[in-house]
Design a protein around this ligand. Structure first.
Ligand SMILES: *[C@@H]1O[C@H](CO)[C@@H](O)[C@H](O)[C@H]1NC(C)=O
Ligand SMILES: *[C@@H]1O[C@H](CO)[C@@H](O)[C@H](O)[C@H]1NC(C)=O
Ligand SMILES: *[C@@H]1O[C@H](CO)[C@@H](O)[C@H](O)[C@H]1NC(C)=O
Ligand SMILES: *[C@@H]1O[C@H](CO)[C@@H](O)[C@H](O)[C@H]1NC(C)=O
Ligand SMILES: *[C@@H]1O[C@H](CO)[C@@H](O)[C@H](O)[C@H]1NC(C)=O
Ligand SMILES: *[C@@H]1O[C@H](CO)[C@@H](O)[C@H](O)[C@H]1NC(C)=O
Ligand SMILES: *[C@@H]1O[C@H](CO)[C@@H](O)[C@H](O)[C@H]1NC(C)=O
Length: 706
């Protein structure tokens, strides 16, 4: 009852705000609200289209043709709308080319965004990271719904406006998380009694996608040795079973690919940049069923799963066909009394609607996967591996920066794509390099205004010496995953560029130096990073940080640092990124390091909390010429000097080992000691300056007098 009343209060509130807003909005805001504020899409003139757009007219016609024909839908009724998400069956963040259905229908290539297509309209919802990119990539068939702007229509509101008399909205239950489905269904219910979300029997995009086929590349699975994982998979299974007992779950279905990769110490080649293997795992206290395409499993993997290790009661992995999960899950659910079906948690969307529905309500436990927490807490061998990977990564970046500066000064032609290609090449030369960890971001000048701009053949811009270049890149090494951003300038930066850079640097240092009680929420530390940026009236439209895996995903739950988030707790052994930025119209700055959560055992408080702190594992020099030392505090300068000392010690040794003399000298030059008192050449502290001069003068006078 209480809930019901609350819902009504909420509805009245929403309606009030809605009515209020619609009265207040000016014409442009109204267009933004409805998604019609588009670049180069005038109704009155044919304008030249951005090069990154593809014409989706034919594809939309084909899709609508299927929507309107029940026989093609293998259903008895037609659909008035379809929802196309960016998910694959495992709700993976970056999907294989085969699974880029949302990109196929819309032309938008970002990692997240939902498309809804009706018989006469097509709309795409994207978050703040992608507003600019989506506007460039969507052709004029599309409405752009910029999530994060308060008055933009939600999917449910928009659908209600399109269909005042109701509609059937289709979606593929495998390609949407249960949480997203259930939330949307609830919101539709609030809007109207006759807007129905329908599980389609077929995938509509698969039906219309011309030349939709798997790439021919090798897909073999491979196993990871103890020297990288630090824990046998059987021990991980024992830990997981203990967690399941605590949750009173008899069994669990594991759907997230990073969780399976971690649990079984197995990797694959199904997902770009992340070595995941498309599979499902059903795990009970006695059994482990592994559902995977058997063609990807060779004898080495089978031997690995059958090997005996001393001291562990035997458990084996039964390998079954990927598609048999549906039948097996349904069968097991007839005997199991409680099954954990993962719900969403930070970057993990949880199981698909299809999986969720196969497990009957009475036995379903819907909670975040306990593997998230087991995996995030790296063991000693993984920590060691992460550190070593970051040192080699630092060496690769120093080699690259030295190379770029030399060749640029010799008037080589450079554009963003060439920078990205060269960085990737330097990384891949490193020991244990497997691939890069995501598509390298290189954003020169105005491209730096888009936090997630990725250069492509159509957008790559020539690089000059008059603006900043944001370089955000990382590597997958067998012993660890890296993710780093540096902003550089190849000429003489303006004062504005230096001040903005320094603000971002201050933000980064402030967060790195925090020492805190272990019950602090991850979301609480966000203000520390943002404060120096808020102080000048700026902000950044993304989280300050995300968890990072060990030779796993570059975005890993449970850490997400954003003040709007619920927040989890930091645990020693967690790794996460610290990446504040400022994005202006002409240029941008972002700086990113990976931090490790460590114990501060010497500090205790009287309330019984132990204390934690951070260790910076990324060791790559900052740009000295972009710093305005005057606005850095004494502590911040000390921090920089200590950071530079670590780079010289660890990356220096690595560069020597690799005989990289020129990169070594470049690194030494860029990690020079900076004056802790006073400015570089400009004196910051006037009174101190006067005092020093006075002392010198007095001494001098005494000498002269004598
Ligand atoms: C897109 O393709 C359709 C049909 O092939 C064509 O009529 C239309 O002019 C094209 N639009 C643009 C902007 O090229
Ligand atoms: C599909 O592939 C065939 C054979 O490779 C090619 O001839 C055809 O042009 C392709 N169609 C499209 C729409 O790309
Ligand atoms: C790295 O991954 C990308 C995307 O999957 C792939 O195209 C590329 O060939 C890979 N590079 C190497 C060296 O394996
Ligand atoms: C299987 O193991 C053998 C021996 O360790 C190794 O030489 C071979 O390369 C492995 N095969 C694959 C596909 O990893
Ligand atoms: C593992 O141990 C079991 C029982 O102790 C034995 O039957 C089996 O052959 C062993 N497997 C291997 C690969 O050594
Ligand atoms: C930077 O220099 C290039 C080449 O001289 C010029 O085309 C461009 O407009 C300049 N950009 C800015 C922001 O001054
Ligand atoms: C570095 O040079 C030394 C001496 O020339 C040589 O022995 C060593 O193998 C070289 N190391 C690498 C990584 O090239």
């Amino acid at each position: 009852m209480l809930i019901r009343i609350n819902i009504w209060i909420f509805v009245i509130f929403v309606l009030t705000v809605y009515v209020h807003c619609s009265r207040e909005l000016n014409d442009k805001e109204k267009r933004i609200r409805e998604g019609t504020e588009r670049k180069a899409c005038s109704k009155f003139a044919v304008l030249p289209q951005p090069k990154s757009r593809i014409n989706t007219t034919e594809r939309l016609i084909a899709l609508r043709n299927v929507m309107s024909q029940p026989t093609q839908l293998e259903d008895s009724l037609s659909l008035q709308a379809v929802l196309i998400t960016s998910d694959d069956e495992h709700q993976t963040e970056f999907v294989s080319n085969y699974d880029k259905r949302r990109e196929y229908i819309s032309g938008f290539s970002g990692s997240s965004g939902d498309a809804i297509i009706t018989m006469d309209k097509a709309a795409l919802w994207v978050d703040g990271r992608y507003h600019l990119q989506a506007n460039d990539q969507l052709d004029c068939n599309w409405l752009l719904m910029m999530e994060g702007i308060s008055y933009v229509l939600t999917q449910a509101e928009w659908l209600k406006l399109q269909f005042p008399n109701g509609a059937r909205i289709g979606a593929d239950p495998k390609l949407i998380s249960a949480d997203q489905w259930n939330t949307l269904e609830y919101e539709l219910k609030l809007q109207s009694d006759n807007l129905y979300l329908i599980k389609t029997n077929i995938n509509l995009i698969d039906k219309i996608w011309v030349n939709h086929s798997e790439t021919e590349q090798e897909k073999q699975a491979f196993t990871l040795a103890y020297e990288f994982t630090g824990k046998h998979w059987k021990n991980k299974v024992i830990d997981l079973r203990k967690e399941l007992k605590k949750m009173r779950a008899e069994a669990m279905i594991v759907t997230a690919l990073d969780e399976i990769a971690w649990l079984l110490n197995i990797r694959g080649r199904d997902i770009p940049y992340t070595r995941f293997l498309k599979s499902y795992v059903l795990l009970s206290q006695t059994e482990i069923k592994f559902f995977v395409d058997k063609n990807k499993i060779d004898n080495n993997v089978t031997v690995f799963f059958n090997a005996n290790i001393s001291g562990i009661t035997d458990s084996t992995v039964t390998i079954l066909d990927y598609d048999s999960i549906w039948g097996e899950l349904a069968t097991y659910c007839q005997t199991w009394k409680s099954v954990l079906v993962p719900s969403s948690c930070v970057y993990s969307p949880g199981a698909s609607k299809r999986v969720y529905d196969l497990v009957p309500d009475r036995i379903r436990i819907s909670r975040p996967s306990p593997i998230i927490y087991l995996k995030a807490k790296k063991n000693a061998i993984e920590i060691d591996g992460m550190e070593r990977a970051h040192i080699r990564d630092g060496a690769a970046m120093c080699k690259f920066f030295e190379y770029l500066e030399t060749r640029f000064s010799e008037e080589d032609y450079w554009d963003e794509l060439k920078v990205a290609t060269e960085i990737d090449r330097f990384r891949m030369e490193q020991h244990l390099a497997v691939n890069i960890s995501f598509r390298t971001i290189v954003a020169f000048g105005a491209h730096g205004a888009q936090p997630h701009y990725e250069p492509s053949k159509t957008t790559s811009q020539q690089i000059f010496d008059n603006s900043t270049i944001i370089i955000d890149s990382g590597g997958q090494y067998a012993d660890g995953t890296t993710d780093v951003t540096r902003t550089i300038h190849l000429g003489t930066p303006t004062e504005a560029q230096r001040n903005i850079y320094t603000r971002v640097l201050m933000a980064s240092i402030q967060l790195s130096t925090l020492i805190f009680p272990d019950n602090l929420k991850t979301s609480s530390v966000d203000v520390l990073a943002r404060a120096p940026i808020w102080e000048i009236g700026e902000d950044y439209p993304h989280a300050t940080g995300h968890g990072v895996g060990a030779f796993l995903g570059v975005h890993e739950s449970p850490i997400r640092i954003h003040y709007s988030g619920k927040g989890e707790h930091f645990k020693p052994g967690y790794f996460f990124s610290n990446e504040p930025g400022i994005y202006l119209r002409d240029f941008g700055v972002r700086l990113e390091n990976v931090l490790q959560v460590i114990e501060k055992p010497h500090i205790k408080n009287q309330y019984g909390h132990s204390f934690l702190g951070f260790k910076v594992v990324t060791l790559i020099p900052y740009s000295r010429k972009l710093m305005n030392l005057e606005i850095l505090s004494l502590q911040q300068r000390r921090w920089l000097n200590e950071y530079n000392r670590l780079i010289r010690e660890f990356v220096g040794a690595e560069l020597k080992r690799q005989n990289a003399t020129r990169a070594f000298y470049w690194m030494m030059e860029n990690t020079n000691h900076i004056p802790e008192y006073g400015g570089s050449s400009i004196i910051t502290s006037q009174p101190l300056h006067i005092l020093v001069l006075t002392v010198i003068f007095i001494k001098f006078s005494i000498v002269v007098l004598y």
